[in-house]
Design a binder for this molecule. Structure first.
Ligand code: NAD
Length: 476
C-alpha cells in the first residue's frame, strides 16, 4: 500500500505537520490504492515562507535565466512522459488517447513559455513613461483532479516566466500524480523555495491559502461555487485572482455540415476526458427538422463508444474519478429521465455490464431536450449529452448563450462567413471551429460564470505581472 506522506517545500521532500490521512480508491477496481497525508495551516505557512524567501532572488532573475529553467523542466517532463501518463490513467482513470494529449500539452507548456519570453518586452514605453512589468509575487495554485498535472504545467510555467514563486495545492484525489510532478520540479533544479507543494483539502489548505497574507495571487481552476468562495476570501488581502470555472459548452452543427462525420465527432467532443472536462461539448445544437436523422446517426455510433479500461487504445470513456462523482452523474441522469422528462436516446442509469466494480457510467444521450431543462443548464461533469433542436441561426445563437456559463463553444459547417458571424455572437471565451479543440498559444478563460482572467500565451503571462509606470520624460 502506497503512503503519500511527503510535501515538497523549500527544495526538500518534507514530513507534513498535518497528520490526517485520506484513502485513495482506484476508480477502476474500487479497491484502496494509497493513502495521502493531508496538510494543515502550519504546512501552508511553511510553504508560503519558503516562497517569499525565494521570491526576493527569483523575482530579480533575467529572462534568460528563467528561459533556461523552463527549458530544463521541459526536458525533464519529456523524459518522464510515460510515468506521468501511467499514473494519470491509474489514479484518475483518464483514457489513454486523452491522457497522451493532456500530458503532451503539459510538456509543451514549458517550451511555449520559454519561446514566448524570448521576445517579451518587460519594459515597454508608453507615452512619457517606462511601464515596468514585474512579477505579482507569491502565487497560490489551487486546482481540481481532472487534468491535475496539466493545470500545474499551464499555471506554473507562466508564473515562472514572470519571475513569481508558487505554492501548489492540487486536489487531494491527485496525490500520486502530484508526487511525480514534485519529482520533476526537483530534478529540474529550481532554486529552493521557488516551487512548493502542499497536499490537503480545500476546506483547510485551500482556505488558508486564500486568506494567507503571504500569497499575492490565487490562480484557481475548479467549480464555480468554490471559485466564488475563493474570490470573496481573497479580497480581504486584495489578492489578484484568476478563476477558470465550470462550463456547459454548446456545439452548433449547421445544416450544411456533413452530418455523417460531424455528429459522431460531436458525441466524442462531449465525452472527452470521460465527460469530466470544463470544455466538454455537452449541448449538441442541431437543426430541428433533422433531429430524427441525428438520433439515428447517434444510435448507429453507440457501438463505438467503448467504456472500460483506461489503458486500452480504443477506450472512449473511462471511470469517473470517485464514487461521489459517479453518484452525482447518476443523479443527473435520474433528473433527466424523471424530473425533466427528456427523451433518453442511449444509456441510462446504472453501470455498464461487466464493469460493476469501478465508477463506470453508461454513455448517456438525451434527445429533443429543451434548453430550460436542468440537464441542459447545469454542469454534470460526466458522459451525458443533451441534443437540442434549433430553428435557424439566430435561434441557435440564442440557445447557445442561454446558460450561466461561457467557457467553450463549437461550430461545424461549410460556409466560413456564416460560421464567423455566429462565432462573434457567442458569449464564450473560446469558439472552436470544424473539429478544432485547443490552441495552446491563444487565450483561454471564461465569460460570465465561467470565471475571469486568461491563461496560455502572452495573455496568460500578463496575468502574473503587475504594471508599474515610471513617469519622467527626461529620465531615459
Ligand atoms: P472543486 O471546485 O470542488 O475543487 C477544486 C479545487 O479547489 C480542489 O483542489 C479543492 O480541494 C479546492 N477547494 C475546495 N473548496 C475550497 C475552498 N473553500 N477554498 C479553497 N479551495 C477549495 O472542483 P473539482 O470537483 O475538483 O473539479 C471539477 C470542477 O472544475 C468543474 O466544475 C469543472 O468545470 C471545473 N474545471 C474548470 C476548468 C477550467 O479551466 N475552466 C478546467 C477543469 C475543471
Amino acid at each position: 500500500m502506497k503512503k503519500l506522506n511527503q510535501f515538497y517545500i523549500d527544495g526538500e521532500f518534507v514530513t507534513p505537520h498535518g497528520t490526517e490521512t485520506l484513502d485513495l480508491i482506484n476508480p477502476v477496481t474500487g479497491k484502496k490504492m494509497a493513502d495521502v497525508t493531508l496538510g494543515d495551516e502550519v504546512d501552508v505557512q511553511r510553504a508560503v515562507d519558503a516562497a517569499n524567501r525565494a521570491l526576493k532572488i527569483f523575482s530579480q532573475t533575467t529572462k534568460e535565466e528563467r528561459i533556461a529553467y523552463l527549458l530544463k523542466m521541459h526536458e525533464v517532463l519529456k523524459g518522464r512522459k510515460k510515468d506521468l501518463m501511467d499514473i494519470m490513467m491509474y489514479e484518475y482513470g483518464c483514457p489513454l488517447y486523452f491522457t497522451d494529449l493532456l500530458i503532451q500539452g503539459a510538456i509543451d507548456d514549458f517550451k511555449n513559455m520559454a519561446d514566448l519570453l524570448k521576445d517579451y518586452d518587460f519594459e515597454p514605453r508608453v507615452h512619457n513613461s517606462i511601464v515596468r512589468l514585474q512579477p505579482v509575487g507569491v502565487v497560490g495554485v489551487i486546482i481540481p483532479w481532472n487534468s491535475s498535472n496539466g493545470f500545474i504545467a499551464t499555471k506554473v510555467s507562466a508564473a515562472i516566466a514572470a519571475g513569481c514563486t508558487v505554492v501548489i495545492k492540487a486536489s487531494e484525489l491527485s496525490a500520486q500524480q502530484t508526487k511525480v510532478m514534485m519529482e520533476c520540479f526537483h530534478e529540474a533544479g529550481f532554486p529552493k523555495g521557488v516551487i512548493n507543494f502542499v497536499n490537503g483539502t480545500g476546506a483547510v489548505v485551500g482556505a488558508e491559502m486564500t486568506r494567507n497574507p503571504g500569497i499575492n495571487k490565487i490562480t484557481f481552476t475548479g467549480s464555480t461555487n468554490v471559485g466564488k468562495i475563493i474570490a470573496k476570501g481573497a479580497v480581504d488581502t486584495m489578492k489578484r485572482v484568476t478563476l477558470e470555472l465550470g462550463g456547459k459548452a454548446p456545439n452548433i452543427i449547421l445544416d450544411d455540415a456533413d452530418f455523417a462525420t460531424a455528429i459522431p465527432q460531436a458525441v466524442l467532443a462531449c465525452y472527452i476526458n470521460s465527460g469530466q472536462a470544463c470544455v466538454a461539448a455537452t449541448r449538441l445544437l442541431v437543426p430541428k427538422h433533422r433531429l430524427e436523422e441525428v438520433d439515428q446517426i447517434i444510435k448507429d455510433f453507440e457501438k463505438d463508444l467503448k467504456v472500460g479500461d483506461p489503458t486500452a487504445q480504443d477506450t472512449v470513456v473511462g471511470p469517473m474519478v470517485s464514487h461521489t462523482q459517479w453518484e452525482r452523474v447518476q443523479e443527473y441522469i435520474r433528473i433527466g429521465i424523471e424530473d425533466d422528462k427528456a427523451t433518453l436516446l442511449i444509456g441510462g442509469l446504472g453501470k455498464p455490464e461487466g464493469l460493476e466494480n469501478g465508477n463506470f457510467v453508461r454513455p448517456t444521450i438525451f434527445t429533443n431536450v429543451n434548453n430550460k431543462m436542468r440537464i441542459a443548464q447545469e454542469e454534470i461533469f460526466g458522459p451525458v449529452l443533451s441534443v437540442i433542436g434549433y430553428k435557424d441561426d439566430e435561434d441557435a445563437i440564442a440557445i447557445a448563450n442561454d446558460t450561466p456559463y461561457g467557457l467553450g463553444a463549437y461550430i461545424t459547417g461549410k460556409d466560413k462567413d456564416r460560421i464567423y458571424r455566429i462565432a462573434t455572437q457567442i458569449d464564450s471565451g473560446r469558439v472552436c471551429i470544424n473539429g478544432e479543440f485547443h490552441d495552446d498559444l491563444a487565450p483561454f478563460g471564461g465569460f460570465k460564470q465561467s470565471g475571469y482572467g486568461r491563461e496560455f500565451g502572452s495573455y496568460g503571462l500578463d496575468a502574473y505581472l503587475e504594471a508599474k509606470a515610471i513617469i519622467n520624460k527626461d529620465l531615459y
